[in-house]
Design a protein around this ligand. Structure first.
Ligand code: B12
Length: 527
């Protein structure tokens, strides 16, 4: 459509190489446009300084995390002041699902690119740089006077392998010195968990809600990253790695065959996300032998009521069986878990703690949990809305808990469990366990009994940390129940206890890694 080459800047959170922005940049680049991807996890002034230098024709902001709303609003406001004529657009879950609210909150924006953005952004860019009317671009939303106009939706990309590999910055993420990078083998999810917006996001546009890439094409991308960028650890970001049902099984078979043909089978490592009811012995054994080392399980709850509320369509027993299968195959797992949710009672909390104690008993994974957040586009948000229980705002959507006791418990938990949770001790322990699995898969010349001893001590420290966290939460439940008089759980003592454990874990880990540094960091390929 347009001959003139545009200058486009894409701004968004760059943790783990933001694939969404990477794909957008790749499609614009293939069409001849010049694209800069800017990590917004920095000081706004730095970001705006970089934008001033680039002098783009169009700036696209990514709002994939709803809680970044006001920060994004402030940044767009400053960019608009600095660049009055540049076309400012935004994409991501919340903007796509709630365009009216988004444009109300950030009126300086010209448009929203809704849902899957590659082709819409390219079309919009071509029209803007050609000085043509862009308001008729399918897939956008924009304000016209006081109205928000929703253009006809654009069809989802039928063949995901028709778009180029995402533009990636050289990954800074590594495990034991092995470079790690992210990729996806599919888009969308066939399931309808009530707390998740993915199925709403991909079902809102015409086209197949779940699309798999060709396994051969995924492996070719891995080979390209391995040979050209030295990537040895692949983090699949699919909501659900393509392995469900017969279609999933044949996908995995072709994937493993392609890994053999590409010479990657057993020579690189990969991590996947999946559901507990997809964990099956022989399938995961063959994935393990190919390089699977870590599985992120969407557990979410360990009580029948919680699993029902979340519409997970699995049983508590299936969760335990999945964990047991992965353990028997010596595969590490992490998991998502929402301890506090709209159906939480003090009784359900006690059940959750019993479940978490059982799940983590071997000490090979840490206790971690969060509160369910009623994000836009999730069925549970609509339920809470109907029940008149929604509270909070766009940035921090929340809901009234079922009783003052549970409210009291949650308030205390929020202020006390932090040292374990967000980037705390539990995450550090889980990272150390992930490292051990990578270490074992590298078959380095370190005596097995040494690795075993190191791992056993790590499990001891994990059991200690888990026990302390579970006891603390139990005390908070007792406290909320009024079973105990004045509180015995104090922030100061918690912080010092947890930091004591953290130093032990760090000393244990650094001691082992420095003892074998030359071997471990000598590199896997040609080290
Ligand atoms: C990878 C991932 C992460 C990674 C990195 C994220 C990143 N920088 O990309 C990590 C592990 C860091 C992460 C962390 C978290 N995540 Co996360 N994550 C994902 C995941 C699984 C995949 C993202 C991805 O690569 N998608 C594939 C690409 C191709 O799609 P996309 O990103 O949606 O982009 C497309 C469109 O949205 C659109 N688009 C997006 N941005 C833009 C911008 C422009 C200008 C345009 C035109 C179009 C556009 O076009 C893109 C191409 O088609 C998504 C789920 C999902 N399927 O998207 C959850 C998801 C984004 N995460 C989520 C959450 C809640 C979190 C955490 C808060 C979890 C937690 N409790 O800790 C943390 C927060 C971390 C933080 N920074 O504070 C939620 C966000 C919910 C919400 N509405 O806010 C999601 C949607 C998962 C869910 N099921 O709800 N996450």
């Amino acid at each position: 459509m347009s001959q003139r080459r545009a200058r486009v800047a894409l701004v968004g959170p760059g943790d783990q190489n933001n694939l969404g922005l990477g794909y957008l940049a790749a499609v614009l680049g293939r069409a001849g446009h010049a694209v800069d991807v800017i990590d917004s996890n920095r000081d706004d002034r730095e970001v705006i300084g970089e934008l001033r230098e680039i002098r783009p024709d169009l700036i696209g902001f990514s709002l994939i995390f709803q809680f970044h709303m006001s920060r994004l609003g402030a940044m767009v406001g400053r960019v608009r002041d600095a660049m009055p004529r540049v076309h400012l657009t935004v994409g991501g879950h919340f903007p796509s699902l709630r365009p009216q609210e988004l444009l109300e909150h950030i009126p300086q924006l010209d448009s929203i690119v809704r849902f899957e953005g590659e082709l819409t952004l390219l079309d919009l860019t071509d029209r803007v740089v050609a000085g043509q009317d862009w308001t008729t671009t399918p897939g956008i939303a924009y304000r016209s006077g006081r109205e928000v106009v929703l253009a006809p939706l654009r069809e989802l990309i039928p063949d995901l392998d028709s778009i180029p590999y995402p533009v990636r910055k050289r990954s800074t993420y590594s495990i034991l010195g092995r470079s790690a990078d992210t990729l996806i083998g599919s888009r969308g999810c066939a399931r309808r968990c009530s707390f998740c917006s993915i199925h709403t996001f991909y079902r809102s546009s015409p086209g197949l809600a779940v699309r798999f890439r060709e396994p051969r094409a995924v492996v070719e991308e891995m080979r390209h990253l391995h040979v050209d960028s030295g990537v040895e650890v692949f983090l699949f970001q699919d909501d659900n790695f393509p392995l469900s049902g017969r279609r999933g099984r044949s996908w995995v078979d072709q994937f493993l065959t392609s890994m053999r043909k590409a010479g990657l089978y057993g020579r690189v490592l990969f991590k996947i996300n999946c559901r507990v009811d997809d964990v099956e012995d022989s399938l995961f054994e063959s994935l393990r032998d190919a390089g699977l080392f870590l599985v992120y399980l969407g557990i979410e709850s360990g009580t029948p009521a919680g699993l029902k509320l979340f519409h997970k369509q699995v049983t508590v027993d299936q969760v335990h069986r999945a964990a047991a299968t992965l353990r028997a195959l010596d595969l590490a797992f992490n998991y998502g878990y929402m301890l506090v949710h709209p159906a939480t009672t003090l009784d359900s909390l006690r059940q959750d703690l019993r479940f978490l104690a059982e799940l983590t008993a071997p000490g090979d994974v840490a206790v971690s949990f969060c509160r369910m957040i009623p994000y836009a586009g999730t069925p549970i948000r609509e339920q809470l809305e109907t029940q008149g229980r929604l509270t909070g705002d766009i940035e921090n959507p929340s809901y009234a808990l079922l009783s003052p006791q549970v409210e009291r418990f949650h308030a205390r938990l929020h202020s006390l469990a932090g040292p374990w949770l967000s980037d705390g001790l539990s995450q550090e322990l889980n990272y150390a366990h992930t490292e051990v699995r990578v270490l074992r898969r590298l078959h380095l010349p370190i005596p097995e009994e040494e690795v075993d001893a190191y791992h056993d001590r790590l499990k001891e420290l994990t059991r200690e940390s888990n026990g302390s966290l579970l006891r603390t939460v139990t005390e908070l439940i007792d406290e909320a129940e009024g079973a105990v008089g004045d509180s015995r759980v104090h922030q100061v003592s918690i912080r010092s206890a947890v930091s004591g454990m953290q130093s032990q874990v760090q000393a244990h880990r650094e001691g082992f890694i420095s003892q074998y540094a030359d071997v471990i960091l000598g590199g896997m390929e040609g080290g």
